[in-house]
Design a binder for this molecule. Structure first.
Ligand SMILES: Cc1ncc(COP(=O)(O)O)c(C=O)c1O
Length: 392
């Protein structure tokens, strides 16, 4: 069968692949504990579900404006002003079918063949493939584990060349959970302000952080960024709404217009009912967020304690998101695994625990564990991992 050259450059999402494998084993009747999920194990808030029910009752079943209804845009603007002290107009905001879709559109309308996208690593798997799909070259700049997986302004600046068209900042980060402090963001912003390229702030984990910091947004710390920065966010992680698929971007009007044009020739609007639900999530009461974050923190502490007691494993304690990026270099040899991906497969077969190898995040010496699952599952999963590693 003849397929396009374009699709040949793209790898299947490693995280979704693990989820699929776990489901497959479960379907065979095997008991598998899933540590692969990139989504909160909480329910979407009742008032958000209620808003969706009401939209159905009102019969909101039809196409809307491509980039989102005026109500949704207003809710997004309210959120950006309330949480990030950033004021945007409707024409500077576009909603799409998940943050992934937003980032995809963004790269499609900003990148040309030969352009470089600077991606701090370890990185979320999709940045690389989206850049490739846009014909650009991903340029990964790895943050050192000893520096808590955070880049210094000098390291970031050194990666920028005259071909750099985009730099992505994702804090807190998937997969490491590393989160920049306000002081670090300030120095990164100062370096980026003068660069002639798009600065993408992927804020999807902004509220899931445990260090007590809620830094001002980079665009406030360095207002010169505003002209060439794009804020990308989504309702997925903050509001436990991954399956609803709604993401959004805020940036200069011509860019937003281009993203909307592209969307108009692909998905058209995000689902009408979902737009109503997302609007309720973004502009309604936010009090269910804190208990979720506290529960994630409790699990993070538990997971890091368990890792600390297993010979050969180590972890930089993450300050945000719901992942730990575990250094497995000390167990690879005795487990007979060449890298994190092979170890992940062996753990799936041997310990019945599904987690994601680090290769596709840019680091073969690691595996990613998501603790967006119950304490009981975490306890059992770590018991299994510990027992299996002792047996090899
Ligand atoms: C860093 C990061 N950005 C963006 C996304 C996109 O999320 P969604 O498409 O569900 O909004 C994800 C999802 O895993 C992510 O981890």
């Amino acid at each position: 069968m003849r397929l396009s050259d374009r699709i040949a450059t793209v790898r299947p999402s490693a995280t979704l692949a693990v989820t699929a494998k776990v489901l497959e084993l479960k379907a065979e009747g095997r008991e598998v504990i899933g540590f692969g999920a990139g989504e909160p194990d909480f329910r979407t808030w009742p008032h958000v579900c209620e808003a969706a029910h009401q939209a159905i009752d009102r019969g909101e079943f039809y196409y809307t404006a491509v980039g989102g209804t005026p109500d949704l845009k207003k809710a997004i603007r309210t959120k950006l002003a309330r949480d990030n002290q950033l004021e945007y107009a409707d024409k500077e905001v576009v909603a799409s079918c998940g943050g992934k879709h937003t980032l995809y559109n963004l790269m499609q309308v900003t990148l040309n063949p030969g352009d470089e996208v600077v991606i701090p690593g370890p990185y979320w798997v999709s940045y690389r493939d989206m850049a490739l799909l846009a014909g650009a070259e991903p340029k990964v700049v790895m943050a050192r584990e000893e520096s808590g997986f955070l880049l210094s302004p000098e390291e970031l600046a050194a990666a920028v060349t005259d071909r750099t068209r985009m730099i992505i900042i994702n804090s807190p980060s998937n997969p490491t959970g590393a989160a920049y402090s306000e002081a670090s963001l300030q120095s990164l912003a100062s370096v980026l302000a003068d660069k002639d390229c798009w600065v993408v702030c992927d804020d999807v984990y902004e509220f899931i952080r445990y260090d007590g910091e809620s830094p001002r947004h980079m665009l406030n710390l360095e207002p010169r960024l505003r002209e060439h920065a794009v804020v990308v966010n989504s309702v997925s992680k903050t509001y436990a709404m991954t399956g609803w698929r709604l993401g959004y971007a805020a940036g200069p009007a011509p860019l937003v217009k281009a993203m909307t044009t592209l969307q108009g020739q692909s998905t058209t609007n995000p689902t009408s009912i979902v737009q109503v639900a997302a609007g309720a999530a973004l502009s309604g009461p936010q009090d269910e967020l804190q208990p979720m974050v506290e529960e994630f923190k409790r699990r993070r502490d538990y997971v890091c304690d368990r890792i600390g007691t297993i010979d050969g494993l180590s972890v930089v304690v993450p300050q945000g998101a719901f992942y730990v990026f575990v250094n497995v270099a000390g167990v690879l040899e005795r487990a007979g695994a060449a890298d994190g991906d092979e170890l992940a497969l062996k753990l799936l077969e041997g310990a019945g625990v599904g987690l994601v190898g680090g290769n596709d995040f840019g680091s073969p010496a690691h595996v990613r564990i998501s603790y967006a699952t119950s304490m009981e599952q975490l306890e059992r999963g770590f018991d299994n991992i510990e027992a299996w590693l002792k047996s090899v």
